[in-house]
Design a binder for this molecule. Structure first.
Ligand SMILES: Nc1nc2c(c(=O)[nH]1)N[C@H]1C(S)=C(S)[C@@H](COP(=O)(O)O)O[C@H]1N2
Ligand SMILES: [Mo]
Length: 396
């Protein structure tokens, strides 16, 4: 009996070890790209970049399911390891509005919801989306292209909140702080700011819901900033404080991080440092093939279909072109219905593939006239990758 029990415990232990050693993984198409697939609360299995704080990347195939990225597939990014899992009670939660205002406020979730409600479908994309593809490689989260998602955000426009507080003359910026904290005092707290006129544009909002449900905890429950068209670094989660400022915020996260070269392309020759930088801002035009993974083998057919998504920083998508000869010739894709200038725009295109190997590409053109480049540009932060992405297929 004892022997059996010991044997059982020993083999159960071995099983657990084997189980963890065999955790499901994916391999991203760049060096050192093996990542575990892990399910966190309210999330399906996603590609884990780091454990503390949790950072999760969405597999490209999820973008093929629906134009609105499912909440359980939406990526997760944090900078500070002390995320507020132990200190959010929706009944006592409140946001402070202070600084250069006539009436400092402390607003409960109910107060905020009572100020009004609007909905905007918008892409939330990390500035470092695709950083793992940078050549030469750059430091920072080594992600493929899954640090993005498109959701229907519901919330109140920040303008309504600031109108209630009364912005004083001379104010220049609005700063946002969340409930997550550094774990050591030398790490700067994440506080981000927007120029006052941008903060008051009516589209910048405080959102409590995405895709018709409360925000998932890891996406900023119970309230986050949404800055349509802008990179996600400004979309502060678990919002706790809004401060109207009469000087520019000069902290680490504004003055040192999340800055791009102050050149027209926001780029510099690979491997060099820019002479001057500016805060990262609007997103650039991008497109992705979502229904065919790079490296796939397809069976011969007279036509195949490529399907995908495109978006930009808020002008909207004018066209998407598709190539299956590595970018030598292009055919226009058919665009899906327009869900607004900040949303993913779906598209579909027929491919005529002969036997053998092909490089598929999609290239977006924005309504502002921006066309995706065929050669990647570079910056030392690994920000705003927007090159046309090749998809290798073999037809047998
Ligand atoms: N409170 C808080 N908000 C934050 C961050 C953070 O670290 N803490 N990171 C920002 C960055 S850089 C990104 S890319 C997005 C990620 O949003 P998500 O986790 O909902 O996908 O959150 C932004 N808001
Ligand atoms: Mo980010």
């Amino acid at each position: 009996m004892d022997m059996d029990r010991r044997h059982f415990i020993a083999s159960a232990g071995a099983g657990l070890l084997l189980g963890s050693a065999r955790a499901e993984t994916v391999e991203q198409p760049f060096g050192n790209g093996v990542r575990p697939l892990v399910a966190y609360p309210q999330k399906r299995k996603l590609i884990r970049l780091t454990t503390r704080p949790p950072q999760l990347e969405t597999p490209m195939a999820a973008f093929d399911e629906s134009l609105l990225t499912p909440n359980d597939a939406f990526f997760v990014r944090y900078h500070l390891a002390d995320i507020p899992t132990d200190r959010i009670d929706p009944l006592t939660y409140c946001v402070t509005v202070d600084g250069s205002v006539d009436h400092p406020l402390s607003l409960s979730l109910a107060d905020i919801k009572a100020l009004g409600s609007q909905e905007i479908t918008a892409v939330c994309q990390c500035s470092g989306n695709g950083r793992g593809f940078f050549v030469p490689r750059v430091p920072g989260g080594q992600a493929a292209n899954g640090l993005m998602g498109n959701a229907r955000w519901q919330g109140v426009s920040l303008r309504k909140v600031l109108d209630r507080a009364g912005v004083k003359r001379g104010a220049v910026e609005v700063a946002f702080d969340g409930l997550d904290e550094p774990v050591i005092p030398s790490t700067p707290d994440l506080v981000k700011s927007l120029p006052l006129d941008h903060a008051l544009d009516g589209d910048v909002m405080l959102a409590w819901a995405m895709n018709g449900e409360d925000l998932p905890f890891l996406n900023g429950y119970p309230l986050r900033v949404v800055v349509p068209g802008y990179f996600a670094t400004y979309w502060v989660k678990h919002l706790s404080r809004i401060t109207v400022r009469d000087t520019k915020l000069d902290n680490f996260w504004m003055a040192k991080a999340y800055r791009v070269p102050d050149t027209p392309c926001a780029c510099v020759p690979p491997g060099t440092q820019p002479a001057a930088t500016r805060p990262i801002g609007r997103m650039t035009a991008r497109s992705f093939i979502t229904n065919i993974a790079s490296g796939s083998t397809l069976h011969f057919a007279p036509t195949h279909t490529a399907r995908g998504i495109a978006f930009d920083g808020g002008s909207g998508i004018a066209r998407v072109d598709v190539s299956w000869d590595g970018g030598k010739s292009w055919v226009p894709a058919t665009l899906d219905a327009d869900a607004g200038p900040y949303a993913f725009r779906g598209w579909i295109a027929p491919l005529r593939l002969t036997l053998g190997s092909h490089v598929l590409m999609a290239r977006a053109t924005s309504k502002a006239g921006e066309v995706q480049p065929l050669v990647a540009d570079w910056n030392p932060g690994g920000y705003q990758r927007h090159v046309v992405e090749p998809v290798q297929v073999t037809v047998i």
